[in-house]
Write a protein that binds this ligand. Structure first.
Ligand code: ARG
Length: 580
């Protein structure tokens, strides 16, 4: 068992033996390192429950705890905080164990989870908002897998709604003579479509603009959306061709960001399940006809805000974003049978998911035992505190942003790295910079993307962690070249011990990060761990240390921190450059 958890179990045992309840026994890194290394803050509440004096009760328990061989000292501070300082030998033993066992962490009970993330819209530009969904979703997927879950990542493309009708109408206006718009068209794809991805990205904003000023254009786009949703040969083929063009480009961007989906399904894949779902809902009398539309009521008596009904079929007989999500749930529950489904989307979509989740449970499309979770994220803003824009005020594309970050990182790489390697290295550091910055704040908060700050080699930044990792790697290479052996044998002073204390917290950080579905704790932890290591590194000469026990320990320590860095960077989907 993980060292800290083992200590918590031990404290629980002591508490039980002394007739205390044991709901909340947590051992956390001390907020007052001068008083102890870890602290247990629960004693006050437990004592109050029994009507005892908290500080006396804490002292009584501390006296018992101090007999534990793993503890160098146990003391009580303030009204009843119990501070524990560990014996070096206990930490060394634990570190040696971590270094030699197969995995750095222990798995949680198995679960099957679908993560719905990325969610880009076909034929629309990938913008920075999609960056967050991709980064957070990818890392949650990797984290959950490391902790033993079976996870299926699904991109859930936006490929079915009015946006597709708008793009198709604009194409039809420009190229009325191409094959798919002719009467007798029967092909699967449009071979004479004169359009590239750049054209598509330019077409959508134009079409969307027209729809806002020209009601007839909007009406026509709606009609096309209806036809394409009802198997019109020409529009279906055009849709397929647009998908092809758009997906090729998206795949490239996601690959650069180390984002890998298991399923490339989309809203349109729900189409196949809509008829059976509707049949079921109607048979069970769960839909209501209302002004030409068909809806499901989802409000509840306890609602403080008005939750509007879910619009299943619009009055123009097209289906909504809610319908495709509901039918996707139908698909997932019938064919994947997950224990949980997580949706990583902009927090402004919360109402949408409230409607979908409520409708899904109410209609029993999914069983009560399947947990649906909305994982909302905040906005990435520019220095002015407003959504990130290009210099001339346009929407910043993901590619545009990546190029800017690459430029900034390239300037900071040492001149001796040249040619192809320089290009690759700046690309890797740029992605690391972007991702680390994006995962650093709690996912639900908005944050300001300050390129200068986030590309700095000092501070809570990707480059800082990467630099620290690269330096450890080269130290370990030197040690290896000289056949130096390593073991955890002895500690010198506070700075090496502090690194070990950080290491002990790994398992809990991962579990809490998964619990909260936010990566900020992992990013923070990486920073503290590397910061502690840096302090230690600055004070000692590892490879030339004369005390061989210390030297062996320090190499082992470097090795362990290096392994943890690789492990956590892999969760954050950040690569380590060859040099920096
Ligand atoms: N395509 C949507 C958008 O860009 C996000 C999709 C989120 N996932 C879902 N199952 N609705 O806003």
């Amino acid at each position: 068992m993980n060292f800290i958890k083992k200590q918590e179990e031990y404290i629980k045992k002591v508490l039980l033996e002394n007739q205390y309840s044991i709901e909340n026994v947590l051992l956390v890194p001390s907020s007052r390192p001068d008083l102890g290394e870890y602290q247990f803050n629960g004693m006050m509440a437990l004592a109050k429950k029994k009507g005892e004096n908290p500080s006396e009760a804490a002292q009584k328990i501390a006296n018992i705890l101090s007999k534990n061989e793993d503890y160098e000292s146990v003391s009580v501070a303030g009204p009843g905080f119990i501070n524990i300082t560990f014996h070096n030998s206990a930490l060394l033993k634990e570190a040696e164990h971590l270094l030699t066992k197969e995995s750095l962490i222990e798995p949680l009970p198995k679960k099957k989870v679908v993560i719905d993330y990325g969610g880009p819209n076909v034929a629309k530009i990938l913008h920075v908002g999609h960056l967050r969904s991709a980064n957070i979703g990818e890392s949650l997927k990797r984290l959950a897998r490391k902790l033993g879950y079976e996870v299926i990542g699904d991109i859930h493309l936006g490929d079915y709604g009015l946006q597709m009708g708008l793009v198709m109408l604009e194409i039809q206006t420009r190229y009325p003579h191409i094959s798919c718009f002719q009467e007798n068209f029967t092909g699967e794809a449009v071979n004479d479509l004169p359009i590239t991805n750049e054209d598509l990205l330019e077409i959508y904003p134009i079409a969307s603009g027209k729809s806002k000023t020209d009601p007839e254009f909007l009406e026509q786009a709606r009609a096309i959306t209806y036809q394409f949703q009802h198997d019109h040969k020409g529009y279906k083929a055009l849709w397929r061709s647009i998908m092809n063009i758009s997906l090729n480009d998206m795949k490239e961007v996601y690959q650069k960001l180390n984002v890998e989906f298991d399923l490339w399904k989309g809203e349109s894949d729900a189409e196949a399940f809509i008829p059976e779902m509707l049949e079921y809902l109607r048979k069970e009398n769960m839909t209501i006809l209302s002004e030409g539309a068909e809806i499901i009521e989802v409000k509840e008596p306890t609602d403080k805000l008005e939750i509007p009904p879910l619009l299943l079929i619009k009055s123009n007989q097209t289906v909504s974003y809610e319908t495709t999500d509901l039918a996707t749930l139908w698909d997932r529950t019938h064919h994947i049978h997950p224990d949980e489904i997580w949706y990583v989307a902009d927090k402004r979509q919360e109402l949408h998911f409230t409607q979908v989740f409520r409708a899904a449970y109410k209609t029993q499309i999914i069983p009560k035992t399947t947990k649906l979770e909305f994982i909302g994220f905040g906005t990435m803003n520019g220095l002015d505190g407003r959504p990130f824009k290009t210099r001339d005020g346009g929407v910043m594309s993901l590619r545009g942003l990546m190029n800017e970050v690459e430029k900034a990182t390239e300037e900071k790489i040492i001149p001796s790295i040249t040619g192809e390697e320089r290009k690759k290295v700046s690309e890797v550091i740029a992605v690391g910079t972007l991702k680390f910055a994006d995962l650093l704040s709690h996912r639900a908060t908005d944050y300001i993307f300050d390129l200068d700050k986030f590309s700095d080699a000092y501070g809570k930044t990707g480059p800082f962690i990467l630099y620290s990792t690269v330096r450890m790697r080269s130290l370990l290479k030197k040690a290896e070249a000289e056949n130096m052996t390593f073991n955890f044998l002895e500690l010198k002073d506070k700075t090496d011990k502090k690194v070990l204390l950080q290491i002990l917290n790994l398992q809990k950080v991962l579990e809490s990060s998964l619990q909260d579905k936010s990566l900020h704790e992992i990013a923070d932890y990486l920073y503290s761990l590397n910061n502690c290591y840096n302090n230690f590194y600055g004070e000692n000469r590892i490879l030339t240390e004369e005390n061989s026990n210390l030297k062996k320990t320090w190499i082992a320590l470097t090795k362990l921190v290096y392994e943890i860095n690789l492990f956590l960077l892999d969760i954050l989907a950040i690569e380590v450059p060859t040099r920096m």
